[in-house]
Design a protein around this ligand. Sequence first.
Ligand code: BTN
Length: 272
Amino acid sequence: MVEALAELPLGPVRYFRKTGSTNDEAASWATRGAPDLSLVVADEQTAGRGRMGRRWYTPPGAALAFSLVIRPSAKDLPLASESNAARYTALGALAVCQVLRSKLGLEAEIKWPNDVLLEGLKVAGVLAEAHWDGMQLSAVILGIGVNVSSGSVPPTGLLNYPATCLETILGISLPRLELLRFILSELLYWRERLWEAGFIQEWEERMALRGQRVELRSESINGHVTCRTGTVLGLDEKGGLRLQDDTGKVFSAAFGEILPQVRHSIILVQGD
Ligand code: BTN
């Protein structure tokens, strides 16, 4: 594992055959001083976590599950605020999306802010967790899960969005380690460009559901959930989602998740 990643300028690497969650491993390592770009990889997670308190399914031998400790650089610090945290989530999603496009020829898209979709089905998810030292960002734990073989697609009861895996779409088996290397290399590339306009531009170009009507669900820190509907326009300059509501008003959302909305039409059948 470590040899296969040796060409990349990473920090130390820890590999687990089985662990609870790589994000938890990386977070506790970060509190004990893990340097920038320390990497935790697991073959199996028994308590993998997704966004909004959901479970993430990682049975052995079927998926990619890893977490990177990102220490903000001097360049990042003045820019990294709570409202900008979505940028790190997008970093993970963009890296996966670009690799699926450039190395596997797949038309991958990003469902704002963190899901990678293939043919409208979820193939990867990103969980970026920010750690603060008072008002200052001390680390971001960037966790990425990719469904590689069919065993990684969760059973229906665990699905929050229809899912697929790379091998089902491609019809061939894939070397997971090589895929990991490509994704990490792409991550390192975009990490250097995180605050550039080109990053937002690339992310926006890869956005799924543009021009479509969606429901935006946002949960505040006290667990209060709000739902709004609107048509996806794109991104604002901070990476927030720009939507247009039914009255034509344009608004932005910094947090939340979106679900495509199916318009229910009522067909009137004329009787005699
Ligand atoms: C989501 O789609 O809700 C995010 C899923 C993130 C899953 C990855 S797998 C590696 C890392 N460890 C975890 O416990 N979660 C992330």
